[in-house]
Design a protein around this ligand. Sequence first.
Ligand code: GTP
Length: 330
Amino acid sequence: MSSIENDFLKKLSEQASSQITDQLNTGILILDSQFNIVMWNRFLQVHSDKAVAANIGKSVFEVFLELPQRWLTRKLTSVLQLKTPNFCSWQQRHHLFELPHTRPITTDSEFMAQNCTFLPMETDGEVEHVCILIEDVTDVCHYQGQLQQALDKLAMISRIDGLTQIYNRKHWQESLAQEFAKAKRHDKQVSLIMFDLDNFKHLNDHYGHQGGDKVLIDVSDTVSNLLRVEDIFGRYGGEEFAIVLPETNLAGAQELAQRICKTLAVTPMHYKDSVFNISVSVGVAELKDSDTDYESLISVADSALYLAKSNGRNQVCTELDLDSTQQKSA
Ligand SMILES: Nc1nc2c(ncn2[C@@H]2O[C@H](COP(=O)(O)OP(=O)(O)OP(=O)(O)O)[C@@H](O)[C@H]2O)c(=O)[nH]1
């Protein structure tokens, strides 16, 4: 091939790569080993609104003041020294360059989310330049955020009882299992309150199922307001509720149980034009060294609850009352 043909092909190749580079929907920025700008493509010019010519030869940190200088210097230095590419995803850093995004969607940030790739550029066996590729991933970031929100909502829904908006039995029981294991491992106290509405069937018969539902909602709200944030309140079954009380002994749990019982007895319930009172029977149990599983805690609290029912309802019984009843009948 003649030297004229050679020069022609070289020129054609340079022009072709420059045209392609300018058509790309990815930012290209080339720096020398001192991190001075050697070139950037049209994408970066359009999005940064900075003219190329005026900035060639300047330090990248002088032109893009927003860049995290220490972090990026370390990253670029390692690319130059190790001669291997490096990467920074939008999940690690939402963006490096403050380029406004142009998507017709609302996002949390006014700037374009970016995946940045750092490439060592080899000339004659030496790496003296580094190329930064800036990929616009604003859409990915936006849809990923929406997906995460939907997943969080689903996870929440799967834990919540649809009627009362407190924890459902499955989640409540899982939480009890966790608290039981924690208390055993760290030798901590944990107590359990279970309560059941009295004569709820009569109430349902009188006010209808919707009236009953309204009472279940109002009872849940009233009790929720009496609890600490650490307490785990759930709907155990139809009109039966349960509360796990971490780091609480029997006396503390009994005090709260009395407060719940008395508060509900004096809180008027409203349904349509009717105002009426309800009551609950409550059972209380505390974790003992001999308990090998959390089910035994439920079983003792449940037995105490049924003792409260058989003793006349609208009252609190604890595992101590169970013991004295057993002693009397022995
Ligand atoms: N409205 C409504 N009623 C429910 C729900 N779940 C269970 N029930 C009703 O709760 C009533 C429970 O009745 P029982 O188990 O006989 O208990 P009770 O009438 O409360 O009597 P004691 O517990 O002995 O005081 C039944 O009529 C169930 O149909 C619910 O989600 N909504």
